[in-house]
Design a binder for this molecule. Sequence first.
Ligand code: NAP
Ligand code: GCO
Length: 262
Amino acid sequence: MNITEKFSLKGKIALVTGASYGIGFAIATAYAQAGATIVFNDINQELVDKGLKSYEEVGINAHGYVCDVTDEQKVNEFVSNVEKEIGVIDILVNNAGIIKRIPMLEMKAEDFRKVIDVDLNAPFIVSKAVIPGMIKKGHGKIINICSMMSELGRETVSAYAAAKGGLKMLTRNIASEYGEYNIQCNGIGPGYIETPQTAPLRTPEHPFNKFIISKTPAARWGTTEDLMGPAIFLASDASDFVNGHILYVDGGILAYIGKQPQ
Ligand code: NAP
Ligand code: GCO
């Protein structure tokens, strides 16, 4: 196989959860450009329709489904329908996620549970639904979208950090349990990326904006485009001996103590 073919996703079926926009949309777009058939879900028909229109605008004939990734029965029905209507999933990206920025002492337990449900329980549920098909097919790629908070804490994100830290270990456990079936499970740990999820932190007057740039050697916020190449690598044959790895795409944040105040 030549090196270009190693990075090709031609003939593969990729499911990216929560991919009507944001990081999921960018990763799905990259996969389509690399030859994959795109399947995505979102939490309601309005978002799915919005996503289908966005994919169509960039020339991608995606398949959209309404599915709340936290509902195990709905997820099993969703995956079974995809397998009947499109085919067995080769690549799964557990991208759907939420964050609640609340000081821990003010956070209700139900809010904590909701973040854990979407950001950690759902990747377990969706992976469990998809792995049997991958075993039958003899290969599979699972990519969990982790975070800087898989390694670091910060004020107000206790639930999110707990979920993303857990997702790092779920990634390693899936790699350990199913590696012998030629299934590779890895994570992508994006740094601070310009998406709706971080929009509240990026207003010019928000102190976090300057702070994160001082903590990033690349001295900029990341874009969803920065994630496209790493995502293709982890979904392609080029990473067949990479397993249980979290690939941080953070402009160097995790390597850097931060710029000395001038
Ligand atoms: P986003 O813009 O908020 O998009 C998240 C997507 O997930 C939305 O389409 C959302 O739909 C969907 N979703 C949420 N709950 C869902 C559920 N129960 N079932 C199905 N879909 C659901 O977020 P993003 O910035 O693109 O982030 C995507 C992933 O990257 C998340 O896991 C996030 O934690 C992670 N991440 C983001 C950054 C960053 O800086 N942006 C950095 C590291 C990691 P709704 O619109 O209905 O909520
Ligand atoms: C926050 C941000 C981060 C990013 C991302 C960093 O409030 O700190 O939302 O959590 O979303 O996870 O990798």
